[in-house]
Design a protein around this ligand. Structure first.
Ligand code: FAD
Length: 413
């Protein structure tokens, strides 16, 4: 059995960084990944474009987006910052660009190019990579991790880093193994829950809708007349549901609220225009199409593919001439644009969750090093820990920063 300085379990964003930087700090490193290739999840990030970090905020504000536990990320973020991430990928030949909201993407390439950089990094740093190698268990001896038992035999090391991710998108290899090992070795686990998930809707018409993009819309989540949360930005209807960045970011609130009663969404398609002003706009549109059928009147107000849906929902006969649309009918149409109400039936599960909230409790991790407070030669990095952020590149940055810190700490750096 070959002995290593550091064994990293899990070849995702966090594990690759942990392994590569541990090796660059002089350690002999073994990276174990159960898939045939590391970085499977990276490939599907950002709709295949990989939003690899977010440069909108300074370090403190960056941490705040992670909510109540966010502050604990600060050391890792100082150790490997957003600027370091940008520098790392650009130095490795991948130019980046920053889009709206500080979201950073490859300038020309895609997530495949990000994966290529990570592959090259593993190679160049001298990491021993074993793929198709599932870790079955970690074994303790004298209160330390002594070895890992895998589908390809046993491996021992001085230090071990668990970077097995969460439970979301299980087809990428995330089956929560790190959670079991953490619990078995005395760490507290905050219940893993699907986070950043699309929402299923009650309205039967949504089942007929295949994909409508909603740009610059406002959505309010309401319960018993009270505002739960609201967002402005991008969303889209999918068959039977609604997804997109602003919905994903509200999904955790909505999941919690559903425990106490029904939740509705109120969609404003024209949030930049006051209701009264938009009513005037509607009147002008109808007047300018006066002798046309109602079905031909909305092209200046809606994307083409949404018009038949709106005509149907309005209850106004498509053949009706615009000049004979009544005030009551127009008000119903106005309500569709300004406060379309949708009932939430459920929030999606792990299969569709972008991240897992919960995980190994930060109370049992020294966040200055990513080392376990229970087992002195065990470290955690990435989604497996109890930290999750909104969409926008925050979750990958969490992986780069905690992976880096775990790697150099385990290497004694
Ligand atoms: C569809 C989608 C889009 C996303 N888009 C973005 C985005 O654009 N920007 C962003 O910041 N975040 C995005 N995220 C979130 C981000 O991808 C994750 O937070 C991040 O990849 C988690 O990295 P990780 O290294 O912690 O875990 P993972 O990437 O999940 O890696 C864990 C690895 O461990 C391996 N593993 C697990 N158990 C074992 C075992 N027993 N033995 C050996 N190997 C094991 C798995 O096979 C896996 O490869 C997206 C997520 C999804 C699902």
């Amino acid at each position: 059995m070959k002995h290593y300085n550091v064994i990293v379990v899990g070849g995702g964003a966090a594990g690759i960084f942990a392994a590569g930087f541990a090796a660059m700090h002089g350690s002999q490193v073994l990276l174990l990944e159960k898939n045939q290739h590391p970085g499977a999840k990276v490939l599907i990030t950002g709709k295949g474009r990989c939003n690899l970090t977010n440069s909108e905020y300074d370090a403190r504000q960056f941490c705040e987006v992670f909510g109540r536990n966010g502050k604990s990320l600060l050391t890792a973020l100082y150790a490997f910052s957003v600027e370091d991430t940008i520098h790392f990928f650009e130095q490795h030949g991948l130019p980046l660009k920053t889009e709206r909201g500080g979201r950073v993407f490859p300038a020309r390439g895609t997530a495949v190019d990000v994966q290529k950089v990570l592959d090259a990094f593993i190679k160049a740093s001298g990491v021993d990579l074993k793929t198709s190698c599932a870790v079955k268990n970690i074994e303790l001896s004298g209160g330390r991790v002594a070895r890992v038992l895998t589908s390809q035999g046993e491996f021992s090391a001085d230090s071990f880093i668990v970077a097995t991710g969460g439970l979301s998108y299980p087809e990428t290899g995330c089956t929560g193994d790190g959670y079991h090992w953490a619990e078995e070795t005395g760490h507290r686990l905050i219940k893993p829950e699907p986070a950043l998930v699309p929402i299923q809707l009650v309205e039967p018409w949504t089942a007929e809708v295949s994909h409508f993009n909603l740009k610059n819309v406002q959505i309010k989540a309401m319960q018993q007349g009270k505002l739960l949360t609201e967002r402005f930005g991008e969303a889209f209807f999918t068959r039977g549901g609604i997804g997109g960045p602003i919905i994903l970011d509200m999904s955790a609130n909505i999941r919690d609220a559903l425990k106490y009663g029904p939740v509705s969404l109120v969609l404003d398609l024209k949030p930049a225009v006051e209701t009264e002003l938009f009513d005037k706009r509607l009147q002008r549109e109808l007047a300018s199409h006066s002798n046309k059928d109602f079905r031909n009147s909305l092209e200046n107000l809606l994307p083409k593919d949404m018009i038949p849906l709106f005509i149907g929902l309005s209850g106004i006969s498509p053949d009706k001439k615009c000049h004979s649309v009544t005030k009551v009918e127009r008000e119903a149409l106005l309500a569709l644009f300004k406060k379309l109400e949708l009932q939430v039936s459920s929030v999606g599960g792990f299969k569709k969750a972008i991240v897992t909230s919960g995980g190994v409790s930060l109370k049992d991790i020294d966040m200055r090093t990513m080392r376990s407070k229970k087992i002195e030669n065990l470290y955690f990095a990435g989604e497996v820990i109890d930290l999750d952020g909104p969409t926008g590149g925050y979750n990958l940055q969490l992986c780069w920063s905690t992976g880096y810190l775990a790697g150099i700490s385990a290497a004694g750096g």
